[in-house]
Design a protein around this ligand. Sequence first.
Ligand code: PEP
Length: 257
Amino acid sequence: MRRKILAGNWKMNLTPLEARQLIRALRAAIDPEAAALARDRDVLVAPPAVSLAAAAQELAGSNIALAAQNMHYEDQGAFTGEVSAPMLKALGATHVILGHSERRHLFGESDELINRKVRAAVKHRLVPILCVGETQQEHDAGKTTEVILRQTRSGLEGLDGRAAARAIIAYEPVWAIGTGRTATPAQASLVHGTIREIVAERFGTECAGAVRVLYGGSVTPDNVDGLIASHDIDGALVGGASLKADSFARIVRTRAA
Ligand code: PEP
């Protein structure tokens, strides 16, 4: 039985002070149910790098884990503007989102670069949340499976079965991110099944049964239950709706988890 994951990606939003305020409000909403929620689900938030330290302080004593949104694959060096896995770990991060479509498409990150980051995260015992997903154009051209195959295979290249089983994969169709258009549970399930087949082919069925595959793309309190109810959808990576304590708290409490 895979534990569900409800993860909030804050993107380039919230200063350290604002991050503290949001976490306080979120904790006020979900802490009373924390023990019950912790039985079958993991919750995490991914603030921007500058707000990680403040977020870590506010999360102390909670069951909410801390994720970063990106990192460099080297530990240190002449990489102006970058942060490394050891730096993220020093701030209390346990997870890192890698290969988000905004990194791929706005900042030109290649499959190869993303794989280097995934391997560096694993080396430092940060759990990678590898994002994969097709653009609208690829979707319309019937290339979804091809894109998912390439991004998933490449993203997990060089990992052993144990690391792959611990990794989290987020299927985020680019056409659904921030657009208000969500994949239907059936559409998402189909792709999640494909991702699990790719993992099985490379790492075996036990690993494929353990790896958690999240859906992301305009998840809201209104559609989360329908998505999470699907056996193949192990949780949600949430952008916009994670920036308000009440909406993310409702998503965290999803009945179907
Ligand atoms: C995301 O940024 O990962 C995301 C899914 O955003 P949104 O929920 O706003 O579509």
